[in-house]
Design a binder for this molecule. Sequence first.
Ligand SMILES: Cc1cc2nc3c(=O)[nH]c(=O)nc-3n(C[C@H](O)[C@H](O)[C@H](O)COP(=O)(O)OP(=O)(O)OC[C@H]3O[C@@H](n4cnc5c(N)ncnc54)[C@H](O)[C@@H]3O)c2cc1C
Length: 420
Amino acid sequence: MAGEKAVSETVLVVGGGMSGVTAAVEIAEVGYDVIIVEKRPYLGGRVVQLYQYFPKLCPPLCGMEINYRRIKSNPRIKVFTLAEVQGISGQEGNFDVTIKINPRYVNTNCTACGKCVDACPIERPSEFDYGLGNTKAIYLPYEMSFPMKYVIDDKYCDKCGKCVEACPYNAIDLNEAPKDFTVKVASIVWATGWRPYDATKMDNLGFGQYKNVITNVMMERLAAPNGPTKGKIVRPSDNGSIESVAFVQCAGSRDENHLPFCSAICCLASMKQATYVREQYPTAKIYIFYIDLRPFGRFEEFYNRVKQDENVFFIKGKVAKVTENPNTKKITVEAEDILSGVKTRKEVDLVVLATGMEPTTRGEKLPFEAMCDDLGFLVSDLQRPGIYPAGCVRMPMDVMTCVKDATAAALKAIQSIVRR
Ligand SMILES: Cc1cc2nc3c(=O)[nH]c(=O)nc-3n(C[C@H](O)[C@H](O)[C@H](O)COP(=O)(O)OP(=O)(O)OC[C@H]3O[C@@H](n4cnc5c(N)ncnc54)[C@H](O)[C@@H]3O)c2cc1C
């Protein structure tokens, strides 16, 4: 659109995780209007499901809360949750975007009093806890949800109406229908992030077969005080305490049959999770099975700190097999210890599979002609400016890198408005 004025001065941000929220507040604070479209009923993305951030081990909700305040105080930002982009046409400076909003069934009268939850007779597995716990069919996604509103999961709700009777504020409408509308925007930041690689695809690692084999994202929920066990790390088979844990690195990653790339954060995530276990169980033994350790850049210091722990053992070897003792539910992990050349077997209470971050664009059809690399990550199409990827949909990265990446994408999105 060289030489032409943008028809719209609004930017659309798709995905309301750390990357999308960062891009949105940076753009709005420069003085442009922003629309955030988020598929889930709440903002925050996957970081709000984490217990702590490496390397400082601080709670992710603090950083997110600051962003929520920036959104609330900025009238330039409009947030649509339970929303998805259906179609995009036009070009830089003048895109027409169709957005579909799915029903929440709970309106702005909701004060989050929780009476509806007490009345609801139906339970559903909590996707926020990666299936480790349940919620009612009407639920608050998490205690600091943005927006602070309940939502009904219509896959489970049978519309019995008990929540409607219990609500003192007339905040529930079980007949709410989906809505479509079209907006004009100058540019788009695509920040739809990642999903955990499906661990059931690795037959040899026991996920889905043995309860005491979990994934790294589930471990975050087990350790989180707002998680299904209120932060107590226990064996899922019997809620028993833990004396030993094995972390299986590169579970599916750097493997042509699964995810042929390194997710960059899994080594650090397992080291961080080792500190969760050691804090709760001072005598617990931790075995980290790895191919290569990759604590990149300044994170080397965090690795050195964890390595000094005499109860944390790093074993260089790819795990070949994970089996369960059906009587004790203990899990045996087998690998060849490459440094000693000896086959090693460790029997543990809990196995954590360090599964990688798969971009949400991998194998998915997008509502525009998207350019993805051969791993499925979205790339900037230089022939068709105006749509800019940000965060883990572009490549695997930690949160601090996401913030920088999203700020860069925000600048590109603003250039699409002011470029002449
Ligand atoms: C086990 C584990 C532990 C980790 N621990 C740390 C840590 O301690 N420190 C650290 O720095 N990093 C950590 N990370 C990495 C961190 O989770 C990512 O850097 C971060 O989540 C990336 O944010 P994002 O916004 O790019 O993506 P996401 O968090 O995935 O957010 C994307 C958002 O887009 C939404 N979305 C998806 N598709 C659509 C669509 N079609 N339309 C609309 N919205 C959509 C999603 O619902 C989501 O809200 C960890 C990762 C793992 C796997």
